[in-house]
Design a protein around this ligand. Structure first.
Ligand SMILES: Cc1ncc(COP(=O)(O)O)c(C=O)c1O
Length: 362
């Protein structure tokens, strides 16, 4: 194994406990889309199952199936509408609840339900201002009328999604929530047991009034905050470390360069080691020359262009052993630090950790 991500299960448990205590009595939906934010869907779901996490959130029937196959016994919710009748049929057959807001998917869902002779459990999404998915508030009552008497559709929940919840005291979050609550109150007169949910990590942390029945937590569970400026109101711990092996070492003389474009040149005689991780594994090309690695408790600079499968490190006067491991994402260089240095966001660094990276639970 040349390149691997260590997934610290006790840190995931710690973050989830902290988040649960914070949002209690609301329930938690752990969002595991995009390979559990790069952490590996299967191991994360298995840990979540042991921790009795109430809900798991995914974006497709495929991801839902992976959650199911991983042995998860709690409730699963799919953020996207099923793409076709087969997807709808799969979700209904496994009691997986899913998003529903379009007329087209309503039709497909009814057909799939009839095929199975089993009703679908749905949560209708309301678009309160994010303007991605969901019903416009003015369409809401008409849609509820449409589904109200259909025995194929069981309306279990109503939900929405915030566009600006990564910072506290944002007016737009309050407006979105107000609009959502207004419609939810109306709907509850007909469906008194509706589950209401709106908050992501930012919503859950900074807007207690938005916690409602359950919160959909992604980034927070993995130990990060939604943005660089998000206040650190609880002590989250990153769950993932990225490690790789040194595969080669060259003693460069002054003036010799390394990697494509020879963008970095040695100023003096120095050991340059090659590490087996590249941009295809999620180390951004943009981070070239800006990140470091930890090796034997010392910090060494990454130098030259990051390649598809490898990058170079200036080990200076230290001769590193081929086959030794270095740490790339670790306590003092988190995914957030790498995101800052690459002009992107923490989410992109985590979800960019590629399929060649083995996930090892510790
Ligand atoms: C609909 C929805 N809910 C919840 C989340 C979780 O967000 P976060 O990772 O900020 O907690 C996401 C993630 O993008 C999402 O798309």
């Amino acid at each position: 194994m040349r390149l691997w991500a260590e997934i610290d299960s006790s840190r995931l448990a710690y973050n989830l406990k902290l988040l649960r205590d914070t949002v209690f009595p609301s329930e938690i939906m752990l969002v595991v889309k995009a390979n559990a934010y790069g952490h590996g869907l299967e191991p994360i779901v298995q840990i979540a199952d042991k921790l009795r996490v109430e809900w798991i959130g995914v974006t497709s029937a495929n991801e839902a199936e992976s959650v199911f196959i991983s042995g998860y016994r709690g409730k699963i919710f799919c953020f996207f509408e099923p793409e076709d009748e087969d997807e709808a049929e799969y979700l209904i057959s496994k009691n997986i609840s899913f998003n529903l807001f379009s007329r087209k998917t309503l039709e497909t869902t009814v057909k799939a339900s009839r095929r199975l002779n089993k009703p679908a459990h749905v949560h209708v999404k309301i678009n309160t201002g994010m303007n991605r998915l969901g019903l416009r508030p003015k369409e809401f009552e008409g849609y509820i009328e449409l589904i109200k008497d259909k025995k194929e559709i069981l309306l279990d929940g109503l939900w929405t999604h915030f566009a600006t919840s990564e910072l506290p005291e944002n007016e737009f979050v309050i407006e979105q929530l107000k609009e959502f609550n207004k419609l939810a109150r109306k709907a509850k007169k007909v469906f008194p047991d509706l589950i209401l949910h709106a908050a992501n990590t930012g919503g859950a942390l900074y807007y207690p009034e938005a916690r409602l029945d359950l919160v959909r937590i992604g980034i927070g569970a993995y130990g990060y905050f939604p943005s660089f400026d998000s206040p650190r109101v609880i002590d989250l711990q990153p769950v993932l470390k990225l490690k790789a092996k040194i595969t080669s070492v060259n003693l460069l003389t002054r003036g010799e360069g390394v990697s494509y474009g020879l963008r970095w040149k040695a100023e003096k005689e120095t050991y340059v080691g090659i590490v087996s991780a590249g941009y295809a594994d999620g180390i951004p090309y943009q981070a070239s020359g800006k990140i470091n690695v930890r090796y034997k408790d010392r910090i060494f600079k990454q130098v030259g262009s990051i390649c598809m499968d490898q990058f170079a490190v200036n080990f200076e006067d230290m001769f590193p052993e081929i086959g030794d491991e270095v740490e790339i994402i670790y306590e003092d260089q988190t995914a957030e630090d790498i995101a800052k240095k690459s002009q992107t966001i923490t989410y992109e660094i985590l979800t960019g950790i590629g399929s060649r990276v083995q996930r090892v639970v510790v």
